[in-house]
Design a protein around this ligand. Structure first.
Ligand code: 9MJ
Length: 674
């Protein structure tokens, strides 16, 4: 950078910040960490403070917010901002296409499909390329002036890029809050005992309508454009179809959703809907459907409007994710680790595509936070495959006979004491395997696929075996004989024999699986595998001190203590001894020589899609050669394996000068050792 004078330096830093935002929000290809962006911003602010005469009118330092306003002024839109008609099934989509065909005839490729972002519609006015005014949609005719707030949204350029843009162009789109920002803000609200936002849309609205723009600046809002309003100046005519117009906007530095697609049939629109619906949970932002638009602008003009909505566009909505129902009762479940979880029993309601009659209430704090009572009308949310949640209670409609929810003082299953440790939200029954619920869960875990993998021993059967007192611990499974089994409901000779056979087969396992199967708190599959690799024998793990246990990858003080205390309790040691006596065994883990561990001391990261093997298989093979396989790229990374569609990890590795291997490279590397 040839920056000598303050004015040059200010211009250079401003351009650098604009470029970083453009790379991040428009090109989806970030090149610098946030900390670097923030550092340059501080440098720019300091220079501008010392040399106010050199500050650019479009300086990125506006992004941190300014003086608070006392109110928002009103803005009359130059052209009304439209809303959309909705379709709720394929039939209604077919209707939409048929009516358009009658009105405008066939134009191909004739539709543009877009995710329907769940945020706030805004209008941005650029005059001579400079963001001059921003307004909310309001009632479609009159909105509020939110210019100062919008200037804090890093996704929205303060100046258009290039030169060939119209002298006056109004760009419309959605301001939204990505899930990452939403979760961060809600975590912070909860930590400060403030009310969290119910969903990203409310959070976006609450953040955008702040009189203090510094608050808006801190909220991580984003933006995608989806149409233009008034356009003047013929130095750059807009394309004659919607999709290409959006590409032009992108060329001028305006972010456009990367999921938009041109299609040319009703069937293709329906497939697009299905595809986006199936990937909804993977998107970084909330959507509530897709929007289908006639692509030809001439066709749009011909189709015209009804009331406030265009005839050339339709929102095909996803099934609602939030519904209202009644909280009938609260029951308590006891998990494997004794955690007592309140579960809401609900009047069944169709939400998110399924009928829901239970929702989790998490813990006692959550019940208090919601202020909910039995009998209340509640808003239920079911997003993707996530367990349904109660979002809020409608207190205004509370019935006279509503009952307070009383968290139990003792275990609802075994009546033992419930304890809540300092700093933990979760209350636990402390009875361990004496508690029937924990016994069942421990045995289910022991026999699950990633543990001893006992085929034919489903959850229902475990419950029956415990209820009938046939078994009390995982070790008792190996004492089962055929006769008593035959007395169980729905248990024939064949099924009983199959269970006994798979119990036999399951006895041959690995040390890692055995440790995992014990169900020690916080000891998942990866930790169990690290423990086995480090200590090699069960005896060594049993003898290890809390501090020695912490030598193992991913084992911190808390996990080490859980392990240590578990392995000091007589009843746990007794079960372990009984299992080994019953014949549970694993091959000895040999000490590998340095030659067999050519990657010892190295840290590898795997990203992207691999075709010849799965990521977990690649991880296994690389670990066997002695490398640690980590989840994120840092200066300590030795090698990045970059499969197809490798994204930000590859960019970061390249920036840090870390070596990379593509899939072919990995395969030929591994063949040396096979
Ligand atoms: C949303 N909300 O994502 C439109 N929208 O087009 C998209 N909204 C729209 N388009 C015309 N993708 C009016 C509203």
């Amino acid at each position: 950078m040839s920056s000598n004078t303050p004015s040059q330096k200010i211009a250079d830093l401003s351009r650098l910040l604009n470029d970083y935002n453009h790379e991040y929000y428009v090109l989806d290809n970030p090149t610098v960490p946030d900390a670097e962006y923030d550092r340059i911003m501080r440098d720019l602010q300091a220079l501008e403070n010392d040399n106010p005469e050199c500050k650019l009118a479009t300086s990125p330092s506006q992004r941190v917010g300014g003086e608070a306003l006392s109110s928002f002024s009103q803005i009359t839109h130059l052209k009304p901002m439209l809303s959309l008609d909705n379709a709720f099934d394929d039939e209604e989509m077919a209707d939409f296409v048929r009516k358009l065909d009658e009105r405008v005839g066939h134009i191909t490729p004739n539709f543009c499909c877009e995710p329907k972002l769940d945020g706030l519609a805004v209008s941005l006015l650029y005059i001579d390329g400079v963001l001059t005014r921003a307004a909310t949609r309001g009632d479609g005719l009159v909105g509020e002036d939110i210019t100062v707030n919008v200037k804090t949204i890093k996704a929205i350029p303060l100046e258009l890029r290039g030169e060939k843009y119209p002298t006056r162009i109004e760009i419309r789109g959605e301001v939204f809050m990505p899930f990452a920002a939403f979760n961060r803000i809600n975590e912070r609200a909860k930590a400060n005992n403030e009310k969290p936002f119910a969903n990203p849309r409310n959070a976006a609205a609450g953040s955008l309508r702040q009189l203090d723009s510094k608050i808006t600046a801190s909220r991580g809002l984003s933006f995608y454009a989806y149409s233009t309003g008034v356009v003047e100046g013929d130095n750059s005519p807009l394309a004659d179809n919607h999709y290409d117009q959006l590409q032009q906007l992108k060329g001028w530095g305006i972010p456009v959703c990367p999921e938009i697609k041109q299609v040319n049939s009703l069937e293709a629109m329906i497939s697009y809907y299905q595809d986006i619906l199936s990937r909804r949970g993977e998107l970084a932002y909330e959507i509530d459907g897709v929007v289908n638009k006639l692509d030809s602008i001439a066709g749009q003009d011909k189709a015209g409007f009804v009331a406030k909505a265009p005839r050339w566009a339709i929102a095909y909505k996803f099934p609602a994710q939030e519904e209202i129902t009644t909280l009938l009762d609260v029951e308590y479940q006891v998990g494997r680790t004794g955690a007592v979880t309140p579960v809401a029993r609900l009047e069944p309601v169709f939400v998110g595509g399924v009928t829901v009659s239970n929702a989790t209430l998490h813990n006692r704090d959550e019940i208090e936070r919601l202020g909910v009572m039995i009998g209340d009308k509640v808003i239920i949310r079911r997003a993707g495959d996530v367990i349904p949640q109660i979002v809020s209670a409608i207190v205004a409609q509370r019935p006279d006979d509503a009952k307070a929810i009383e968290f139990p003082e003792t275990c609802p299953v075994c009546d033992s004491e419930i304890e809540r440790l300092e700093g933990e939200a979760i209350a636990r029954c402390m009875a361990g395997l004496v508690c029937g619920a924990q016994r069942k869960e421990a045995i289910k875990h022991f026999s699950s696929r990633k543990a001893l993998d006992i085929d034919g021993l489903g959850d229902k059967l475990v419950e029956q075996l415990v209820d009938e007192d046939f078994i009390q611990t995982p070790a008792d499974l190996f004492t089962l004989t055929i006769e008593p089994l035959l007395n169980l409901e729905r248990m024939g000779q064949k099924k009983a024999q199959k269970l006994l056979d798979s119990l036999q087969t399951s006895k041959v396992t690995t040390l890692a699986k055995f440790i995992y199967s014990l169900g020690i708190r916080e000891v998942g599959e990866a930790t169990a595998s690290n423990l086995a690799a480090y200590f090699k024998t069960l005896d060594k793990i049993k003898e290890a001190s809390v501090s020695r246990l912490q030598n193992v990858d991913d084992v911190g003080e808390i996990v080490a203590k859980h392990l240590y205390y578990f392995l000091k309790q007589d009843h746990n040691l007794q079960v372990i001894d009984q299992l080994i006596e019953a014949g549970v065994s694993w091959p000895a883990i040999e000490e590998k020589s340095a030659e067999q561990l050519p990657l010892q001391g190295q840290t590898w990261v795997i990203t992207g899609t691999l075709h010849t093997m799965g990521r977990s298989e690649a991880k296994e093979l690389i670990s066997q050669l002695g490398a640690k396989v980590a989840g994120s790229v840092s200066a300590k990374t030795t090698m990045l394996v970059a499969g197809e569609k490798a994204g930000s990890k590859l960019t970061k590795a390249t920036d840090l000068g870390i070596k990379t291997l593509d899939e072919d490279g990995l395969v030929s590397f591994l063949t040396q050792f096979s």
